[in-house]
Design a protein around this ligand. Structure first.
Ligand SMILES: Nc1nc2c(c(=O)[nH]1)N[C@H]1C(S)=C(S)[C@@H](COP(=O)(O)OP(=O)(O)OC[C@H]3O[C@@H](n4cnc5c(N)ncnc54)[C@H](O)[C@@H]3O)O[C@H]1N2
Ligand code: MOO
Length: 408
């Protein structure tokens, strides 16, 4: 008896609440979802100011200036950005003004240096500005009270720049989940150490830890735990204190040494089959006093990755308050025929190419369906999703594609 990937994901998401939001320093928030509606408490610009280095003038005094009939005005002061002592400009005068410096009251235009003789005591103006030219008005970009960042926005560099510009040092957002990753298997060795005749390197803990980090969460890669339920439970217990979520890889199928299933089934973690390939055997539940969610993924590397995309990534996004939880599919035209087993949703690896205008995409399968083919997984840039009831698709058919390594 298997359940569908969608039903399994729904069960997981029904069990997971977003983490509690709190004010966090802006630079901690890159890639996090904003958990408040932020309104501007200051206007941008904050005051009328100059867009050019030049002279603040009253338009009426220079309205007739031209090359043939330049206007001469006494210079009554100099206004630098952050050094504004001249607050008002008397009629018939000019004041040197720098870009960003506040316009003195009475001034209503700025004449750039290039239209003058750059005079110090008096200035010769040989071109006439428009009224208001080179003046940046208070609030023309953002007015006090304007919405600047909406709840749910994933904060990028531009949002953080704007929040800082309206004076916010902190913004309410959900913390990054701390995710512990354990690889199980007595055959596993740490990369950089010698291999035996029957051992392999632990690729999965790196694959999963990197995927966790790419999702915006904090990854604690514990690495390898041998196929001993006692050692596994000790390692897990040691780690729970720093975990908001745990991922294990391996030890969940039908073997004689399926350590994760053996250790966690008695603790109430669910294990069963999902109608998908790869990624059929899965476990999910809660462990420890704090009832930390645990995902027990199959050990085959592609199975682990496909399971992460389908179940763990949506759970992490739920914890972080990001929507949609599941990566949205796009459609693409198959370049080759593909076959798929009946009754299982297949996630084939593929290479999707978009036309330069972004409208039409084609997709070619990369490698075979084997869930051990991590070389092909790394060469792919997408997963092709072949529905449960479909056993064959001809070249030219439209197929759903999950484009990997893409923000959503
Ligand atoms: N009799 C049955 N055997 C299997 C079934 C089944 O239904 N009946 N299901 C198969 C499917 S499908 C999958 S997927 C795997 C899942 O196995 P496990 O989760 O128990 O994983 P292991 O047996 O520990 O390992 C499977 C495979 O992956 C390699 N592996 C494991 N961990 C890592 C790692 N960290 N880095 C790289 N490679 C890893 C491991 O050496 C094995 O080759 O079960 C099938 N069997
Ligand atoms: O379902 Mo397993 O994950 O196919 O290889």
């Amino acid at each position: 008896m298997t359940i569908s990937p969608d039903e399994f994901r729904e069960r997981i998401l029904a069990d997971i609440e977003p983490m509690t939001a709190s004010p966090q320093p802006l630079m901690e928030c890159l890639g996090l979802a904003c958990a408040e509606d932020v309104h501007a408490e200051v206007a941008l610009p904050g005051f009328d100011n100059s867009a050019m280095d030049g002279y603040a003038v009253r338009y009426a005094d220079v309205a007739e200036a031209s090359k043939d009939a330049p206007v001469r005005l006494p210079v009554v002061g100099e206004i630098g950005a952050g050094q504004a002592s001249l607050l008002a400009l008397p009629a018939g005068t000019a004041a040197k003004i720098m870009t960003g410096a506040p316009l003195p009251s009475g001034a209503d235009a700025v004449v750039p240096y290039e239209w003058t003789d750059r005079g110090v005591a008096q200035v010769v103006i040989s071109e006439r500005p428009e009224e208001g030219q080179h003046v940046r008005y208070a609030g023309e970009d953002v007015a006090v009270g304007d919405p600047v960042v909406a709840r749910g926005t994933v904060l990028g560099p531009r949002h953080l720049g704007l929040l800082a510009s309206v004076g916010r040092s902190h913004v309410v957002s959900r913390p990054r989940p701390r995710v512990v990753i354990l690889s199980t298997g007595s055959e596993l060795r740490e990369p950089g150490t010698p291999l035996g005749h029957d051992s392999i390197y632990d690729g999965n803990s790196f694959l999963l830890a990197a995927a966790v980090r790419q999702a915006g969460a904090i990854a604690y890669r514990v690495g390898i735990v041998p196929d001993s339920p006692r050692e596994f439970l000790t390692a897990l217990d040691d780690q729970l204190v720093r975990a908001d979520l745990v991922i294990t890889s391996g030890g969940v199928s039908m073997g004689d040494y399926d350590v994760v299933k053996e250790a966690l089934s008695p603790l109430g973690v669910w294990f069963g089959g999902i109608s998908m390939q790869p990624g059929k055997p899965q476990g999910f539940g809660r462990v420890g006093e704090e009832r930390i969610p645990i995902f027990c993924l199959p050990g085959n590397p592609v199975s682990s990755f496909v399971s992460f995309e389908n179940f763990v990534l949506p759970a992490l996004r739920r914890l972080m308050g990001k929507t949609p939880e599941m990566r949205p599919a796009v459609t693409a035209k198959l370049t080759h025929d593909v076959r798929s087993p009946a009754g299982r949703r297949q996630f084939l690896r593929g290479d999707v190419q978009f036309r330069p205008d972004g409208t039409h995409a084609t997709v070619s399968p990369v490698g075979g369906p084997g869930s051990h083919l991590i070389g092909d997984l790394a060469s792919a840039n997408c997963l092709l999703v072949i529905p449960e009831e479909t056993t064959a698709l001809a070249a030219g058919s439209e197929v759903d594609v999950l484009v990997l390594d893409r923000e959503f």
